[in-house]
Structures are given as structure tokens and as C-alpha cells.
Design a protein around this ligand. Structure first.
Ligand code: ASP
Length: 332
């Protein structure tokens, strides 16, 4: 009798408050950018995405929040010259770094985003501060710098963020802006992370240097909520990468969320939204998705996209179409 009463109370709490004493199995998925990635960059990117999920998963498995996990995973890739974010960001037409980032909390739909960041190492950490410490959602340029300095972030010389690869990519991309396939030889990719923590909360973070040879002051999809990033505990989370002007016209991240809200699974929703954008605008993109129940979606219409996720102590990862490699979480 007592047992039946307990079960009834448990089911009631679950329905009313989403109380789940069994706790959610935490998951993190990351991407390292969609594009025409040359062979010479494949290994570096795969190592980078695997390292990012290890860093993010460590936080989740010790009870940390999805927000802290996605920030840490993105910071790891912002430090890595194999990715187009933080150090190693691609350059605008004047040869300068201008970075952007966004982060979203699926519990309460709080957001933080920054754009036109020139002299800070970790745009995603400033975006996270905008989320927690500002009444605003998106800060850009001088205003973002004033905010960051006020919150104790330290500037770095802008040249210290420029890699040899980014200089080379700018040379190659001159006269090619507007091409249909972003990411020509030597180019590198935007980064993103989506996580669910043990309390079932979802967070998403995305960070980029934009596109090689972009105009000064160009703002892409990454800092725009609903285009580059979206998280909603009631549905799931998405981070996108690819041709920014196309992604933002189709609000790709939110389109995937809408498809999932309408009953599609994470993989179908991701595939549909990216294929629609590609068909309509003839440009390529990719996305990573988690549904609120932990289903994974990975899809890209570009030649390649590096991705990795951790589930049940294994890392699943890949970069080419129809490729899924597996390794143990602790194996380096
Ligand atoms: N979406 C980014 C942008 O257009 C580029 C990328 O994902 O690589 O700024």
C-alpha cells in the first residue's frame, strides 16, 4: 500500500514539476565549424572537438550546470588555432579580428551575446557575463568593451589573436566573399556547444571570427539568437555554423527548435531545416542539436563539419558525411 502511495506521489511530482529524482544523464555535443575543410586540418579539428567535449563533460559529470559546461567547451576551442573563434579567428578585409559569440539558457530563455570584439581572448565568457549581469541581450563594439572591462575582463593585443593560418586564409579568400561554399583552403570553423545537465537544463553557446575577408563591422548569424544559437528546456538546444547571411535569413536554430516542438526528432528536425536553407538560398550550413530527452542531431550540407558528443562514457565524433567514429572518454 505504502509503495503504491509513493509511486503515485512520484508520478504526480514528475507531471507537475518535472521532478526527476533519477536525474538526467548529462550530454554535451560540440561542433568545430562547417565548410570545405582541407585534409591538412582534419586531425587538428577532430582532436580539438574531442578535447572540448571532455572539458565540457567534466563539468557536467561533477554536477555542474549546462551553461558552465558549454562555456568551458567553447573556451577550449577559442584557445585552439584549429578553430575560427578566439585565437585563430579569421580576418576581415583589413586583416583584423572581429569576433562574436552568444549563449542561451534553456531554463528561463536568458541570453547573452557580443559582437565586434577585437581585443579579448574569450568572447563567449563576455557573452556569458552579459547573460548573468546585464539587463541587455546583445552588446557590440565599444559598448561590449566597456562592459567587459567593467566586469574585470582583460584586453589582449589584437595581433596576439591572429594566427598564420588566418593570414593565409585571408589572402586566399580575397575576391571570394559571397562564394557559395564558405571555408576555402586554410579557412577554419566557428565553434558551438549544446549541453543538458543532470537537472535536465539545456544551454547552448556559439563563438566565431565570422568569415574570412568580411567587411569591417559585418555581423553574422552567430550572435543572433534564433539564428546561431537557441535553447529551450521544453524542447532542446541548437548551435549552427556555415554561411551566416543565409543562416540568419532562415533563423535556422529556431527553425530546428520549431520542428522539434512540432514532434520531429532531433536528427530529422536538423536535417530538414538545413536542407531547406540550402535549397532556398543555395548556400551551405550545419547544426548540432539535442532534444530535451537527449536525442542527438548532426547534419551539414557543406563538405565537412567537425563534431563530437559524449554519451555513456564514450565520445562519438566525425567530420565527413556518414562518418561516426567512437573512442573511450578517457582515451587520448
Ligand atoms: N556562421 C559564421 C558566420 O557567418 C561562419 C561559420 O560558421 O564558420 O559568421
Amino acid at each position: 500500500m505504502n509503495f503504491i502511495v509513493m509511486i503515485t506521489i512520484f508520478i504526480y511530482l514528475n507531471i507537475m514539476f518535472g521532478v526527476n529524482s533519477g536525474k538526467m544523464q548529462p550530454i554535451i555535443i560540440v561542433h568545430g565549424g562547417a565548410g570545405d575543410i582541407p585534409e591538412s586540418r582534419i586531425n587538428g579539428k577532430l582532436e580539438g572537438v574531442k578535447e572540448a567535449v571532455r572539458v565540457g563533460y567534466k563539468i557536467l559529470s561533477s554536477g555542474g550546470s549546462a551553461l558552465d559546461s558549454v562555456e568551458a567547451a567553447v573556451v577550449s576551442m577559442e584557445n585552439d588555432e584549429y578553430f575560427n573563434a578566439g585565437y585563430g579567428s579569421v580576418l576581415n578585409v583589413r586583416g583584423e579580428v572581429e569576433m562574436e559569440a552568444s549563449i542561451m539558457c534553456g531554463k528561463n530563455l536568458d541570453v547573452g551575446a557580443v559582437t565586434l570584439i577585437r581585443d579579448f581572448k574569450h568572447p563567449i565568457s563576455i557573452a556569458h557575463k552579459v547573460l548573468t549581469d546585464s539587463p541587455h541581450s546583445l552588446l557590440g563594439g565599444e559598448g561590449a568593451k566597456i562592459f567587459a572591462l567593467d566586469k574585470g575582463f582583460e584586453t589582449v593585443p589584437p595581433e596576439s589573436l591572429i594566427s598564420e593560418n588566418a593570414k593565409h586564409a585571408l589572402e586566399s579568400s580575397k575576391n571570394e566573399f559571397g562564394r557559395t561554399e564558405i571555408g576555402i583552403k586554410g579557412d577554419v570553423g566557428t565553434v558551438g556547444a549544446v549541453a543538458i545537465d543532470s537537472n535536465g537544463h539545456i544551454a547552448v553557446a556559439t563563438s566565431t571570427g565570422g568569415m574570412s575577408g568580411k567587411a569591417v563591422g559585418r555581423i553574422g548569424d552567430t550572435p543572433q539568437i534564433g539564428s546561431g544559437t537557441y535553447a529551450d528546456d521544453q524542447v532542446g538546444g541548437v548551435s549552427t555554423t556555415g554561411h551566416g547571411e543565409s543562416i540568419l535569413k532562415c533563423c535556422v536554430a529556431h527553425s530546428i527548435i520549431k520542428y522539434m516542438g512540432g514532434g520531429k526528432d532531433a536528427s530529422t528536425a536538423t536535417t530538414l531545416a538545413i536542407q531547406e536553407m540550402t535549397k532556398r538560398l543555395n548556400n551551405t550550413a550545419g547544426a548540432i542539436t539535442l532534444s530535451k530527452s537527449g536525442d542527438v542531431g548532426v547534419y551539414f550540407s557543406s563538405n565537412r563539419m567537425a563534431w563530437a558528443y559524449v554519451k555513456n562514457n564514450k565520445i562519438y565524433y566525425g567530420i565527413d558525411h556518414d562518418q561516426t567514429l567512437v573512442t573511450d572518454l578517457n582515451e587520448k
